[in-house]
Design a protein around this ligand. Structure first.
Ligand SMILES: Cc1cc2nc3c(=O)[nH]c(=O)nc-3n(C[C@H](O)[C@H](O)[C@H](O)COP(=O)(O)OP(=O)(O)OC[C@H]3O[C@@H](n4cnc5c(N)ncnc54)[C@H](O)[C@@H]3O)c2cc1C
Length: 391
């Protein structure tokens, strides 16, 4: 069997794995990334689009800021609306901070390019990954690559392989505690090369259901509508999407809507999920392998970034023999994860219609929006969470 060695084996070459690898290599720590898919496949997944400022700073630290600073669009605020009210959340005025509109695909492209420039080993199309000896001084990962079974020996394993990966499941079931809420709807999203309907995001709670107007750049929009989980992408022609989206956003914005063909269309179910702990011996879970948030608070990618921050700083100390950081990793990361869980759940509850809900639930949503409209304290609280809690 071919045997490779490294200091940190990273399972998964999505945003978590790439960013962790980039930061560790910059600090002189050797990594190998094992990724199940091809690079093109990873880069074709249209997902997050909003970066908290902490994530922006971490990408700068990783040395992948040049294109982001040129092409990313800083946003000072967003709108929350129902059919009567349009509430502006002024992030900059309330917190002094902004967020950055820069797509996950762009972040991932920049990281792949930076990793290639650094000469890091990224193995694609690996399968049958098995993680062993997590309670020993050294661990190893067996996998199949180019038709051959191979072994990667390492000091630590970072499980960056998303919700469906193998890392979390390597922790014995009786040692894991899982928390989950599955929402009874999904988001149908389209990508279209058209100018944005508004210069800031609009989160809209209409009587027809939720809609989000977001963007990737000045001529690329990402728009969503809430749909039943039973809907399929084939049920939604472009025309049906535009008609539905247009009646869910405020009429003033709808009057500016420019429609065009979709270049991507997909439905994502909404889920809140946390698996504790994040550490099992030499294995550390990072990003979606340990937690999922509904996209309403724009937190998924940003939580992956804060996990990476806690872990990369801890691993730098650990290879020098100081283990307090890795000992505290799970507790530190989970404290921030649960706050983002709460915010994402609250935004989801405030902005969506739930099948079979009573009139009381609707009044609660209206009262929450009314409170935001009239209370600067409430708006500041929302802004503070949206721009991202410190890490
Ligand atoms: C459809 C969808 C839409 C989303 N929209 C938003 C959004 O609007 N805003 C937001 O903030 N967040 C959004 N998210 C969440 C955000 O994309 C994730 O939080 C982010 O991708 C997490 O990065 P990650 O690297 O931890 O996991 P992933 O991006 O899932 O990457 C994991 C990687 O591991 C690989 N892998 C899996 N199993 C194995 C294995 N056994 N062996 C080797 N490799 C493996 C996968 O191929 C993948 O490349 C969305 C997620 C989805 C699924």
């Amino acid at each position: 069997m071919t045997t490779l060695t490294t200091q940190v084996a990273i399972i998964g070459g999505g945003p978590s794995g790439l960013l962790l690898s980039q930061l560790l290599n910059k600090a002189g720590i050797d990594t190998v990334i094992l990724e199940r898919a091809t690079r093109d496949h990873v880069l074709s997944r249209i997902r997050a689009g909003i970066l908290e400022w902490g994530t922006v700073e971490l990408l700068r630290e990783a040395g992948v800021d040049a294109r982001m600073d040129k092409e990313g669009i800083p946003h000072d605020g967003c709108y929350l609306t129902d059919e009567e009210l349009m509430v502006h959340i002024d992030f900059k005025g309330l917190t002094g901070k902004q967020v950055m509109v820069y797509g996950q695909t762009e972040v991932t492209t920049d990281l792949y390019n930076a990793q290639a420039a650094m000469g890091t080993t990224v193995l694609h199309e690996v399968s049958d990954v098995e993680i062993h000896d997590l309670d020993q001084a050294k661990s190893y990962v067996d996998f199949t690559h180019e038709g051959t079974r191979k072994r990667l020996e390492c000091l630590y394993v970072a499980g960056c392989d998303g919700f469906h990966g193998v890392s979390r499941k390597t922790i014995p079931e009786e040692k894991r505690k899982e928390f989950e809420r599955v929402y009874p709807f999904g988001w149908l999203g389209i990508l279209s090369e058209t100018p944005p309907v508004n210069d800031e995001l609009i989160y809209s709670n209409s009587r027809h259901g939720f809609a989000l107007a977001s963007m990737r750049n000045e001529n690329l929009v990402r728009y969503y509508v809430q749909v039943p989980l039973t809907d399929k992408v084939e049920d939604w022609s472009d025309q049906r999407f535009w008609d539905e989206f247009s009646r869910r956003i405020p009429s003033e914005a709808a009057s500016r809507l420019v429609t065009g063909p979709s270049i991507e269309k997909s439905i994502a179910p909404l889920r809140s999920f946390v698996s504790e702990p994040l550490r099992w011996g030499n294995l550390f879970l990072v990003g979606d392998s340990a937690h999922i948030v509904p996209p309403t608070g724009a937190k998924g990618l940003n939580l992956a970034a804060s996990d990476v921050y806690y872990l990369y700083t801890a691993l730098i100390d650990a290879v020098k023999g100081k283990t307090s950081g890795i000992d505290e990793y799970s507790t530190r990361a989970l404290a921030r994860i649960w706050k983002a869980m709460r915010f994402s759940w609250q935004m989801t509850t405030m902005l969506h219609r739930f099948d079979g809900e009573d009139a009381f639930a609707e009044q609660m949503r209206k009262a929450t929006l009314n409170h935001l409209a009239t209370s600067e304290t409430a708006r500041r609280d929302l802004a503070e969470n949206y721009i991202g809690l410190p890490f």
